[in-house]
Design a protein around this ligand. Structure first.
Ligand SMILES: Cc1cc2nc3c(=O)[nH]c(=O)nc-3n(C[C@H](O)[C@H](O)[C@H](O)COP(=O)(O)OP(=O)(O)OC[C@H]3O[C@@H](n4cnc5c(N)ncnc54)[C@H](O)[C@@H]3O)c2cc1C
Length: 598
C-alpha cells in the first residue's frame, strides 16, 4: 500500500508495530527483511518516487533548507563556518546537498557504470582492525567485532545484488589475470564489488507493492519524535507535508533510517523531554562527524614496460557475472607497526606525460599552500564571507595582490579536479586492460587513496538558527582535518612507496604538500559517526544493538553509528547493520507478543 502524505488529513493518528523513517538503502533493507511477516510496518519517506520528482530535487532541497547548491554563497557559509576551517582550502562540501530526498534515498545519485544502461555503487566490508580500539587512533573501537558482523555482510551482499560475498583475491583469479605477488611488501590485495542502483529503486518498489504488511507513506517528513517521561520510549512520531497537513504515528518500535545527517538533525530537533535533544543526555549527538577523503600520493613510475600487464587484476572486470575490482591495501601488520590510518590505493594507468605537471608541486591541492598569496587569498575570502573586515584583511589583500599569478594558477588548478583532463581512467572509469591493445604505452600509474579520518568530537553537526519550510531548524556542519589525520595518512603514503618498491612494481614519486598529503576531495559523501555506537552511554549515542541508550524502542540505522569508518565505502556496512537491526526488531516484537499472552 502506498499513501501520499498530503492525502492524510491533519490530526490523524496512525498506529503500527514498526515505523521506519526513510526509504533509502538502510530503510529499504529493513523493510525487505520485515516484508511478509506478521508485524505491521509503516515506511515514511520524505520524498516522492523518482519518476514523480523530475525537476523537484532542487526546489525540495531548497525548501528544506539544504540549498540547491552547497557552493552558493550563503549556503557555504551556513554549512562551513569560517573559523571552523583552519586547514587551508580543504573545505567540507555539504553532505546534505549530496543526499537526496527521494524514494531510494541517495542511491538516486550513484553514478558508477554498472552495465551499459545501469548505474551502480561500490561495495566493500570494513577490515577487522577497523573495529578494534587502536591506541594511535583516539576514540576508536567498536563494541562489536568484524566476525560478529560477517553473517550480516553475507546477507547484505545478497540483498544488494553485489555478487557473492567473497573477498579472497585468489577466488577472483582467472588463468590470465591473477593478483600481483605482494608478500613481504607490507601490502596485500583487496577486492571491491559493485552492485546496481536498481535494488533500491525499481526492485524495492516492486517488493513493497507485494508486501501486504507494509504501508509506504511518501512525501511525508518526520519532524519530531516525542518521548514519554524520562525519554524511555518514543511514543509519537510527528509528520508534516508540504501541503501543510500534520499527522502522527504511534509505533511500538521506531527505526530512524534517514541518513547520517538527517537522523542527527531529527534527534537534535526532538526536544519534548530533553531540551538538548533525544539521546543527547551526554552531549554526543552530532559530534565525531567523519568522512572518507580522496588523497593523491603521486605518480608510480613502473619498473618496466611489461609491469602494467601484470597489474590487470587491479582493473574493473566481470568474473562469473560479478563486477569487481581490486586495490592494494596496507596489511594489518604494517598499520600496527607504523601506527597508520587505514587506506586503500586505487591505481590507474597514465600515458607518458599524462598527469605530469611541473607546477603541481608548487600548487598542490590540499590543506596547505606553498604560496603565501594563495593562503592570504583563501583567508581573505573566508573573512569577507563572514563579513569581517579589519587591518588583518587589508594585509591579506596586499599579500594576495603581490602574488596574483599564483592565485590565478591556483584557481585554475583547483577547478582542474582530481585528474589530468586528458586522463581516460580514474576512480569511476576502469576497463583499461580490455580497451588498450598495447599496455606498454603506459609507463606510469596515478595513485589515489581513500582514507580514514580520526573521530574528533569538535567535528560536528549542530542546529542552525534558521528554520526550513517544514519548520525544522537547519543544520550546520563544522569540519576540518586535524594534524593527526594528515600525519596518519602521510605515513601510510610512505608505506605504499616502500611497498611498491619492494614488490618491484616501481617508484612512487610522492607529491606531499609540506609533509601533508594532497587532499583532492575532503568528502566522498560518506558522512559517519554523529550518533556513534558504544556500550557506555557516556561515550556513545546508541548501544551495540543500535538502540538509543535509554530509549529502548528507538533504533538508528545509518553510518552515523560508526565509531570509526576505515576506508571502506560505507553502504555495505550500513546494510549489514540494518539487517541486524531487523533481526533484533523481530525478536523484540515476538517478546512483546509473548508477554501480552502471559
Ligand atoms: C555521489 C555519491 C556516490 C556514492 N558512492 C558510494 C559508493 O560507491 N559506495 C558506497 O558504499 N556508498 C556510496 N555513497 C554513499 C551512499 O549513498 C550512502 O552510504 C547511502 O545512501 C546511505 O543510505 P541511507 O539509507 O543511510 O541514507 P540515504 O540514502 O540518505 O537515505 C535516507 C532516506 O531518508 C529520507 N529522509 C531523510 N530525512 C527524512 C525525514 N525527516 N522524514 C522522512 N524521510 C526522511 C530521505 O529522503 C532518503 O530517502 C555515495 C553517495 C553519493 C552522494
Amino acid at each position: 500500500m502506498n499513501y501520499k502524505g498530503p492525502a492524510i488529513p491533519s490530526g490523524t493518528i496512525l498506529q503500527t508495530d514498526v515505523c521506519i523513517i526513510g526509504a533509502g538503502p538502510a530503510g529499504l533493507a529493513i523493510a525487505t527483511e520485515l516484508a511478509g511477516g506478521p508485524h505491521q510496518v509503516m515506511l515514511v519517506e520524505s520524498g516522492a518516487f523518482p519518476a514523480e520528482t523530475a525537476g523537484m530535487r532542487d526546489e525540495m532541497s531548497a525548501a528544506l533548507g539544504h540549498g540547491a547548491d552547497a557552493w552558493n554563497f550563503d549556503q557555504y557559509q551556513l554549512l562551513n563556518l569560517d573559523d571552523q576551517l583552519p586547514t587551508g582550502d580543504v573545505s567540507y562540501p555539504s553532505a546534505i546537498q549530496t543526499h537526496i530526498r527521494r524514494f531510494g534515498g541517495t542511491s538516486n545519485s550513484w553514478g558508477i557504470r554498472y552495465t551499459e544502461s545501469e548505474t551502480g555503487v561500490r561495495y566493500t566490508t570494513l577490515d577487522p582492525i577497523d573495529f578494534e580500539k587502536r591506541d594511535w587512533v583516539p576514540s576508536s573501537g567498536w563494541p562489536i567485532t568484524k566476525s560478529q558482523l560477517d553473517p550480516y555482510y553475507v546477507r547484505a551482499h545478497a540483498f544488494a545484488g553485489g555478487g557473492p560475498c567473497n573477498y579472497a583475491p585468489e577466488n577472483w583469479s582467472t588463468p590470465d589475470c591473477t593478483p600481483y605477488p605482494l608478500e613481504n611488501t607490507g601490502m596485500e590485495t583487496r577486492i571491491f564489488h559493485f552492485g546496481p542502483s536498481r535494488t533500491f529503486l525499481a526492485d524495492a518498489k516492486a517488493m513493497l507493492e507485494l508486501a501486504k504488511n507494509i504501508t509506504l507513506i511518501t512525501e511525508a517528513t518526520v519532524t519530531e519524535l516525542q518521548t514519554g517521561p524520562g525519554c524511555t520510549a518514543v511514543t509519537d512520531i510527528c509528520v508534516r507535508t508540504f501541503a501543510g497537513n500534520v499527522f502522527r504515528i504511534q509505533p511500538k518500535i521506531v527505526i530512524i533510517a534517514s541518513g547520517t545527517i538527517e537522523a542527527t538533525r531529527l534527534l537534535l530537533c526532538s526536544r519534548n523531554s530533553n531540551p538538548a535533544g533525544l539521546g543527547n543526555q551526554n552531549d554526543l549527538v552530532g559530534r565525531f562527524l567523519m568522512d572518507h577523503q580522496a588523497v593523491r600520493s603521486g605518480l608510480l613510475r613502473l619498473a618496466s614496460l611489461d609491469t602494467l600487464s601484470k597489474l590487470t587484476f587491479y582493473d574493473t572486470r566481470r568474473v562469473d557475472g560479478a563486477l569487481i575490482t581490486a586495490k592494494p591495501v596496507l596489511t594489518e601488520e604494517t598499520l600496527r607497526k607504523r601506527r597508520l590510518l587505514n587506506t586503500c590505493a586505487a591505481i590507474f594507468p597514465r600515458r607518458a606525460g599524462e598527469s605530469v605537471n611541473p607546477l603541481r608541486k608548487r600548487f598542490p591541492r590540499g590543506p596547505r599552500h606553498n604560496s603565501p598569496a594563495v593562503s592570504a587569498s583563501v583567508a581573505l575570502i573566508r573573512s569577507l564571507r563572514a563579513r569581517r573586515l579589519g587591518p588583518a584583511q587589508i594585509g591579506q589583500a596586499a599579500v594576495a595582490c603581490m602574488g596574483i599569478v599564483d592565485i590565478l594558477y591556483y584557481r585554475w588548478r583547483k577547478n582542474y579536479g582530481m585528474y589530468a583532463r586528458s586522463a581516460a581512467y580514474h576512480l569511476d572509469s576502469g576497463g583499461w586492460s580490455r580497451n588498450e591493445s598495447d599496455l606498454s604505452l603506459f609507463p606510469a600509474m596515478e595513485v589515489l587513496h581513500l582514507t580514514e579520518q580520526v573521530p574528533d568530537r569538535d567535528n560536528r553537526i549542530t542546529l542552525g538558527t534558521g528554520l526550513d519550510a517544514l519548520t525544522m531548524p537547519r543544520v550546520r556542519q563544522h569540519w576540518r582535518l586535524t594534524e593527526t589525520d594528515l600525519q596518519g595518512v602521510a605515513g601510510a603514503l610512505h608505506a605504499y612507496k616502500d611497498g611498491f618498491a619492494k614488490a618491484g612494481i616501481g617508484e612512487l614519486d610522492l607529491e606531499l604538500n609540506q609533509g601533508a598529503p594532497q587532499v583532492m576531495y575532503a568528502s566522498l559523501h560518506h558522512p559517519m559517526g554523529t550518533t556513534r555506537m558504544h556500550d557506555d552511554p557516556k561515550q556513545g549515542v546508541v548501544d551495540a544493538r543500535c538502540r538509543i541508550h535509554g530509549t529502548e524502542n528507538c533504533y538508528i540505522a545509518s553510518a552515523g553509528v560508526f565509531p570509526t569508518g576505515g576506508y571502506a565505502n560505507s553502504t555495505l556496512t550500513v546494510l549489514a547493520l540494518a539487517i541486524r537491526i531487523a533481526d533484533d526488531v523481530k525478536a523484540q516484537l515476538q517478546k512483546l507478543q509473548r508477554e501480552l499472552f502471559l
